[in-house]
Write a new protein. Structure first.
Length: 280
């Protein structure tokens, strides 16, 4: 597994600095706003952000830089994203969002359902004058109401999948938002089991509903229409995944999903082999 061969973290470097030589008053204004938003956020500031004149420590530290660095190491996140339209869903403070913008993305939808997280991201984007970042409050499940289908080249879903009550519908909606040829990058809690397809119920410890196995994550992506699914464990309980949208074909099975399909007939015959269901 990837984590066994690459135990040492290889984080990406924070690439931004405050534009120009900011006056002391501006630095103080930014710091005051950061502290004010942090105080109103239930779990405080999210990502550790180096503003230059000061560094704001966050609940999640610099884990986002580790994730980006590992995607870089795998060759999954291009160094240049010039001109693409991306979304960072569950953006929290927007650390990854700003990195995507810095790499040249024309637009980055920085999405979070928690208002204070959206404020944090907007504050950071404004401070660094990252005009490509558009902070928006929305649940993943609400995104199709405001984002056109087939309009995104890249979606980042870091630390989010296991927070979803319905992982299948979430993945299906993300695929609908991607262009053909688009990529979904995932970071998630996971178990390293590649032989059995299951998701442990997380009992909402740390906000976790599910902890899927590697095979379960692959299965869910494939059943929701993704192709070329790759999953790599990078810690004993966390994984990275990449999946692509390679066509507009409909998913094979639609019954029971919380989505308004026009046709519920199976696209392919379903198996009746119960041995394929449960881990042994």
């Amino acid at each position: 597994m990837f984590w066994r061969k690459n135990k040492g973290p290889r984080p990406a470097a924070w690439p931004l600095s405050l534009p120009g030589s900011p006056a002391r008053e501006r630095v103080e204004d930014i710091k005051h706003r950061v502290e004010e938003i942090s105080a109103r956020s239930q779990y405080g500031w999210g990502h550790t952000i180096d503003f230059g004149p000061f560094k704001q420590e966050g609940l999640l530290g610099e884990k986002y830089l580790d994730i980006v660095g590992r995607w870089d190491q795998l060759g999954w996140l291009p160094a240049s994203l010039k001109g693409i339209r991306a979304a960072d869903i569950g953006c929290f403070t927007g650390g990854i969002s700003l990195i995507l913008a810095h790499r040249g993305a024309a637009e980055v939808l920085a999405v979070d359902e928690v208002p204070e997280h959206v404020e944090q991201c907007a504050c950071v984007a404004e401070a660094f004058e990252a005009s490509a970042v558009c902070a928006m409050k929305a649940s993943l499940f609400e995104l199709p109401d405001s984002v056109a289908p087939g309009s995104l080249d890249l979606i980042v879903l870091a630390g989010v999948l296991y927070h979803l009550s319905d992982m299948l519908v979430g993945l299906y909606l993300l695929r609908k938002l991607l262009k053909v040829g688009g990529t979904l990058l995932i970071e998630s809690y996971a178990t390293g089991d590649e032989e059995h397809s299951y998701a442990n119920f997380g009992r909402f410890v740390m906000g976790v509903w599910w902890q899927p196995s590697v095979l379960c994550l692959k299965d869910m992506c494939q059943f929701m229409g993704f192709s070329e699914v790759e999953v790599e464990m990078y810690l004993p309980d966390r994984c990275l995944a990449r999946a692509r949208k390679t066509g507009d074909d409909e998913i094979p099975f639609r019954r029971g999903l919380n989505y308004g399909f026009e046709d519920l007939r199976d696209a392919v015959p379903r198996t009746m082999d119960v041995e394929k269901m449960a881990p042994k």
